[in-house]
Design a protein around this ligand. Structure first.
Ligand SMILES: [Zn+2]
Length: 243
């Protein structure tokens, strides 16, 4: 029988090991989050600097500085003299893989588990880091190919200019008297998604803009219901005109 001391010793070692592996896991998660945020912010047409990342990821500027130091050391990002952050090819690979896994997890939660579209983004933010290449392959096989996630967003993040080229416009710019269908909504804001859920605005839904008011609100008609929508919400929804 082992002595009490040996048992204690064994426990201490495994506790330290567990802590170390949790630490490595946390660093990996944060690395993937940074790289994904850089790729998405860039694709949305932003110049990526550390202040933008701090805002985007809701972290403090010193935290961003520390993370960027690690990412540069690992050859995943570069920084220009002006402070502009850019992904290296290796960094972009990690970002795109994380974006793909986010997309697959959102679809899995919604299509297989029937989870509400307002809930899947947050859940995917947590699960995307735990997907192995083998599981990813299974998900692709099971779910098949589909361009968009439950929020209407594509696998490749589109810039506002690219969306406009595809004939989309923001709901806040829609013309009174015209009918539209909702293409996609901004998914990184939980409160916005809950609000949209309540109003019935979601990808695929048809709506008519009845009038636009001087104060920025639009009067919409959705499935025979009339409602006023303020511009802070209408600026987060992409629509396309019905022909
Ligand atoms: Zn989504």
């Amino acid at each position: 029988m082992p002595s009490a001391g040996a048992v204690t010793h064994g426990l201490v070692v495994s506790y330290a090991q567990a802590q170390a592996s949790i630490e490595i896991m946390m660093i990996t998660i944060s690395k993937e989050n940074y790289l994904k945020a850089i790729a998405e912010a860039e694709a949305e047409g932003n110049t990526v600097i550390s202040a933008l990342l701090a805002h985007w990821l809701s972290v403090t500027p010193p935290a961003v500085t520390a993370a960027l130091k690690r990412l540069r050391r690992d050859g995943l990002v570069t920084m220009t003299k002006g402070g502009r952050i850019q992904l290296t090819p290796e960094g972009r690979k990690v970002a795109e893989r994380t974006i793909l896994r986010h997309h697959l997890i959102e679809r899995m939660l919604s299509e297989i588990f029937g989870m509400e579209w307002v809930d899947v983004h947050e859940e995917a933010e947590r699960l995307e880091h735990a997907v192995s290449p083998a599981f990813e392959e299974k998900l692709v096989k099971l779910l098949g190919h589909k361009e968009t996630c439950p929020h209407g967003n594509g696998l490749a993040v589109m810039s506002p200019a690219q969306r406009r080229k595809k004939g989309q416009r923001l709901l806040s710019e829609a013309e009174a008297g015209s009918s539209y269908h909702v293409c996609s909504v901004y998914e990184r804001d939980r409160k916005l998604l809950e609000f949209l859920q309540e109003t019935g605005i979601r990808p695929g839904i048809h709506l008519k803009v009845e009038s636009r008011n001087y104060d920025g609100t639009s009067i919409l008609k959705i499935e025979n219901k009339r409602m006023a929508l303020g511009s802070p919400v209408a600026e987060k929804v992409w629509v396309a005109q019905e022909r």
